[in-house]
Design a protein around this ligand. Structure first.
Ligand SMILES: Nc1nc2c(c(=O)[nH]1)N[C@H]1C(S)=C(S)[C@@H](COP(=O)(O)O)O[C@H]1N2
Ligand SMILES: [Mo]
Length: 425
């Protein structure tokens, strides 16, 4: 049984065990732990001696993704892996780390937290520190600052992209995800606002540019540099976390160890992993990740694309294998989850006859505003044969899932109702 991370005592116990394991393995500096509270100090003081270097080095792993990707938990797509929805059946509110999707432009770097530094620089900070003379924070500096935890989903902007082709007959480029490029975790870290203010944020600052330490991204032979996507200061100060923990464990390598951004409700690309530096600017900032990607392009959109995409849309998924087989003449409890970047889900409806009739699904369990809600609907299939199961949600702003969505060439934000095939035998 996975511990229930919505339970404070269970959550604190997971944290204590995980941090002790980490310090036993010598992954923290000797003085780290000072900020972790009394429970962790004894273990942390036994950690390896500090190293003097301040260069951040990243080693390469054997493959693009470090963690195991058993086929019953993941569908792999090149450097990426999506969660199988049936693997969430019976799981709690939070996606266990062993089945949380991975979206890597290149590959997971292996970073030593003892030498890692977060570097802030640019014209939006007091004194305009240069890139080679930045304001620096070590891992233990961050562990020592007041922490916050939030439960939030991270979802790839292209989640559901495959359905542009399979349901709408349209061509799109990019990873043909089904609906498994989303996960909910309990993230712990320091509010980005705290670190920006300590670094000397000025009122002139308009944009920040967080950049990852993973290898440079080569797109069709062109080197676009390291992954970096501008973020408006207003969002950066609102609810963004510099996260060092996921579900009570130090971040796993694939999810951004030692520190990543968590930008709740926004397109997954905003949540930069393996954070190395943040430029803070008094001018608007640009990178291929807000000019060339993560906008709508195509005949229905301006030549330079739409405005950069920000919030995710409403989606729903069944916790069933694709092409599941169900036994005839029995009651089946169909389960699933719905979520939206606009806030909480208000209602969920299910259709078991291809969309002819709809039934209100029963929601259950906690529903934090930046996470999903779990639901179920009981179905006794009337006869053997092929069926399409549909689920659609409405969020607190009234946004709902349409039958089809307009095309965009990069296949972002597929929010239409997905037709999930099952066979009753
Ligand atoms: N440095 C870096 N950050 C990154 C990425 C990346 O390739 N490199 N991928 C982004 C994208 S497109 C998504 S959807 C999320 C995925 O987060 P996860 O792999 O932890 O699920 O990370 C984002 N942050
Ligand atoms: Mo993504």
């Amino acid at each position: 049984m996975e511990p229930d991370l919505t339970d404070e005592a269970a959550y604190e116990q997971v944290r204590a065990e995980q941090w002790q394991r980490m310090s036993r393995r010598g992954m923290l500096r000797a003085t780290a732990g000072a900020g972790l509270g009394a429970a962790f100090m004894g273990a942390a003081s036994a950690a390896a001696p500090a190293t003097a270097s301040t260069t951040t080095t990243a080693a390469a792993a054997d493959g693009p993704i470090v963690k195991p990707l058993p086929p019953e938990l993941f569908i792999t797509h090149g450097t990426n892996a999506e969660t199988r929805w049936e693997a969430l059946k019976g799981a709690g509110l939070h996606t266990p780390v062993d089945r949380f999707f991975v979206r890597n432009h290149v590959s997971t770097p292996l970073i030593d937290a003892r030498t890692w530094r977060l570097k802030l620089w640019g014209s939006g900070l007091r004194g305009s520190p240069a890139e080679d003379a930045p304001v620096e924070f070590s891992y233990e500096d961050l562990l020592g600052l007041r922490a916050e935890t939030i439960t939030a989903f991270i979802e790839c902007t292209g989640n559901g992209r495959g359905f542009f082709t399979s349901q709408q007959g349209q061509q799109v480029s990019g990873t043909p995800w089904k609906l498994g490029a989303v996960g909910v975790a309990r993230w712990r870290g320091v509010p980005l606002s705290t670190v920006l203010e300590r670094a000397g944020l000025t009122r002139r600052a308009v944009d920040i540019l967080p950049r990852g330490l993973d290898p440079e991204y080569i797109d069709k032979g062109e080197n676009l540099g390291r992954v970096r996507r501008p973020l408006p200061v207003a969002k950066a100060l609102k609810d963004v976390l510099l996260a060092y923990e996921m579900n009570g464990e130090p971040l796993a390598p694939d999810h951004g160890f030692p520190v990543r951004l968590v930008v709740p409700s926004w397109v997954g690309i905003a949540s930069v992993k393996w954070l190395g530096d943040i430029q803070v600017s008094d001018q608007p900032l640009f990178s291929p990740w807000n000019t060339r990607f993560y906008r709508f392009f195509g005949p229905d959109h301006p030549a330079e694309g739409s405005a950069p995409l920000t919030r995710m849309n409403v989606k729903s998924a069944f916790e069933l294998p694709w092409d599941a087989t169900l036994a005839a003449g029995r009651r089946h409890v169909l389960t699933g989850r719905s979520w939206s970047g606009n806030g909480r889900i208000r209602t969920v409806e299910v259709s078991t006859d291809g969309g002819a009739t709809w039934h209100r699904a029963r929601t259950h369990g906690p529903h934090p505003s930046r996470a999903w809600v779990r639901w179920e609907h009981t179905w006794r299939p009337p006869a053997t044969g092929r069926y399409e199961l549909l689920a659609r949600a409405v969020d607190e702003t009234g946004a709902r899932q349409p039958a089809t969505v307009p095309h965009n060439t990069l296949g972002y934000l597929f929010g239409a109702v997905v037709r999930h095939p099952v066979t009753v035998t």
